[in-house]
Design a protein around this ligand. Sequence first.
Ligand SMILES: Nc1ncnc2c1ncn2[C@@H]1O[C@H](COP(=O)(O)OP(=O)(O)OP(=O)(O)O)[C@@H](O)[C@H]1O
Ligand SMILES: [Mg+2]
Length: 267
Amino acid sequence: MAELVIEDLVVTFGTGRTAFNAVDRVSLTVPRGSVVGLVGESGSGKSTLARVVAGMQTASGGTVMLGGQDLLATRGRDRRKRATDVQMIFQDPFSSLNPRMTVGETLDEALATHGSASAKSRAASVRELLELVRLKSGVVDQYPAHMSGGMRQRVAIARCLAVRPRLIVADEITSALDASVQGAVLNLLRDLQRELELSVLFITHNLAVVRYIADRTAVMRRGAVVEEGESDTIVREPRHPYTQELVAAIPRIENAGTDRLLRTIGA
Ligand SMILES: Nc1ncnc2c1ncn2[C@@H]1O[C@H](COP(=O)(O)OP(=O)(O)OP(=O)(O)O)[C@@H](O)[C@H]1O
Ligand SMILES: [Mg+2]
């Protein structure tokens, strides 16, 4: 059973002679309870695709189905529901968290959005969420400015889980973190994904990371998916010349700090 089914998605920016397709007839499926990786160089259209799925960007063509429902056609009440069905986690948790809210307030607000009834039951849920993302209960009263990047990203993950989304879209969530912290956040996401059987679209530049975290991977280039398959197979036997280039770049990425990352995640 598929949670997300994208078919022939097109996103066009600009008009007339400057018009170009940032997403060009992309089809992609995220089976329920699995992680699908989306890799590709900067500007290949990964975030644009993610933004359409999250309802932050209109599509020029194609269909996006979530849990059997046509996302691009939903409106009104359904659209508000959809806003919680898809949760995004971004590269920079600092900009996605409200600096004036404590961790407790942030999570409480997310739980209230989801319809969690009493303040007392929400307080209990906040404690459970913090436990889930391996944060000490003492952080409830802390503000984002007083936390490390890794802690902030854990809070962003907890907030995302608070609304029990059908699909999580993670866009470069470890790129802004120190290599030593990246591994811990990746491990956490992978553990939670297995524990809670989450469906995740995981976007990254890094094929080594995708091999670790994603069951299947799609490779995007200039708006189009050029190769798709099991992550392990894609890294071991890349067929498309562009994927071969990305795989050849892995050792260079490792020299840039990913080697430490790979050691922490045990890949
Ligand atoms: N709102 C917009 N208006 C016009 N062009 C845009 C807009 N958003 C993105 N683009 C362009 O669309 C293309 C795809 O951008 P996108 O952000 O989806 O790439 P990406 O794969 O996420 O890149 P990165 O790895 O750097 O995050 C780029 O050429 C970008 O400049
Ligand atoms: Mg992007």
